[in-house]
Ligand binder design. Structure first.
Ligand SMILES: NC(=O)c1ccc[n+]([C@@H]2O[C@H](COP(=O)([O-])OP(=O)(O)OC[C@H]3O[C@@H](n4cnc5c(N)ncnc54)[C@H](OP(=O)(O)O)[C@@H]3O)[C@@H](O)[C@H]2O)c1
Length: 340
């Protein structure tokens, strides 16, 4: 085992909704079934922001280290065949434990890490789980419903770019809803065919015409607030909105007559819950598919690397520049080429 140190640098959340603080804390000890990972890269995602603001469902106790995903090298196991078999491996991490990825070391359940192919850099590998798996899950939902066109909000997000590439390659069209002209350009570069800016006067009219002609009956909504009902109003009868994010920080506003008379439905999507319903065979199949797509359809743009010391300033920078790509913490301060 490489690790000899007793303490590590980390970003710590002492209490819910308090600012994160950079400090030296004891290196956590993995329990049986868990592994200790030396973290190389850890992205800031909207779910991390929601957790820091106290809006995210999580079992983490306090104090804790935030950071729900990342990548690194497994340096020790708390016990169990799977954990031991991972020691020394480069892995992607889904960290649901108290000791997340915004630290030099994190603790993860051995079945929540995935060995990374050599050609996948730590920065790309750090963005393996949250968005790519969600896009794969969404395509399954669409295919099971036999729907050929969907509407997507906050579409210039990292997830939105993946959706454009992955859905189009699988024969599903996306009507991309954005809120700024620059985002239209971002999505054009990804090959998106239908992009509508919700700040334009003719937005509702154009959306209605597109949804009708392409029979778009599923809406994946990351924004909520008044946008949920506004988009649903433009969609055919019996359409369904999957609210899967709350970027507007306000509750979805809906017109009851759309639900009552037009049989529109509203539901939620949470990757964690969706994965719980998968059996081991379909999970293994999913992970194999995921690995093969990490450098193509499910690739993530990285705009900036930050050291842990930058803490809250890195979070603020990301919050003001979300469409430009992910900001990743580099706890070992080892830089990688951007977009490697
Ligand atoms: N439910 C689940 O299981 C699940 C899983 C994965 C991801 N998600 C959700 O997926 C969404 C995208 O995640 P990501 O990592 O791809 O995000 P990201 O790359 O950080 O991009 C966020 C995007 O949202 C836009 N945005 C922010 N606030 C907005 C608002 N109030 N109205 C409209 N657009 C807004 C940003 O545009 P600006 O540049 O204009 O700010 C940016 O384009 C998030 O809501 C996340 O929580 C949910």
């Amino acid at each position: 085992m490489e690790q000899q140190k007793k303490t590590m640098k980390a970003l710590v959340l002492e209490e819910p909704k308090k600012p994160i603080v950079f400090k030296e804390i004891e290196i956590p000890t993995p329990k049986s079934g868990q592994v200790l990972v030396k973290v190389e890269s850890a992205p800031i995602n909207p779910s991390d922001l929601a957790f820091l603001q106290g809006h995210y469902s999580s079992n983490k106790g306090y104090p804790c280290v935030p950071g729900f995903e990342g990548s690194g090298v497994v340096i020790s196991s708390g016990g169990g065949i799977l954990g031991w078999s991972l020691v020394g491996k480069r892995v992607a991490i889904a960290a649901q434990t108290q000791w997340g990825t915004y630290a030099e070391y994190c603790v993860a359940d051995a079945n929540s890490v995935l060995p990374l192919p050599d050609e996948v850099s730590f920065n790309q590998g750090a963005c393996t789980f949250v968005n790519p798996l969600t896009v794969i899950a969404m395509l399954q939902i669409v295919q099971e419903a036999n729907v050929k066109t969907v509407v997507h909000s906050a579409a210039a997000s990292a997830l939105g770019k993946m959706m454009v590439r992955y859905f189009q390659d699988n024969g599903v069209q996306v009507i991309n809803v954005v809120r700024r002209a620059e985002q239209v350009e971002i999505l054009k570069k990804e090959g998106a065919q239908h992009i509508l800016d919700s700040t334009q006067e003719d937005f509702d009219e154009k959306l209605k015409a597109l949804c009708t002609s392409l029979n778009a009956t599923i809406f994946f909504d990351a924004v909520a607030g008044e946008l949920t009902g506004r988009v649903l109003r433009c969609m055919p009868n019996k359409s369904t909105v999957y609210v899967y994010g709350g970027l507007s920080l306000s509750g979805s506003v809906l017109d009851p007559s759309d639900l009552i008379f037009r049989k529109q439905t509203v539901t939620g999507f949470w990757l964690t819950e969706w994965l719980k319903n998968k059996n081991i065979v379909s999970l293994l199949f999913l992970l194999k598919k995921l690995k093969g797509l990490l450098l193509s359809q499910l690739k993530t743009d990285i705009q900036r690397e930050a050291c842990l010391e930058e803490g809250i300033n890195a979070v603020k920078f990301y919050t003001s520049n979300m469409s430009k790509g992910k900001v990743v913490f580099k706890p070992q301060n080892r830089q990688e080429k951007q977009n490697e």
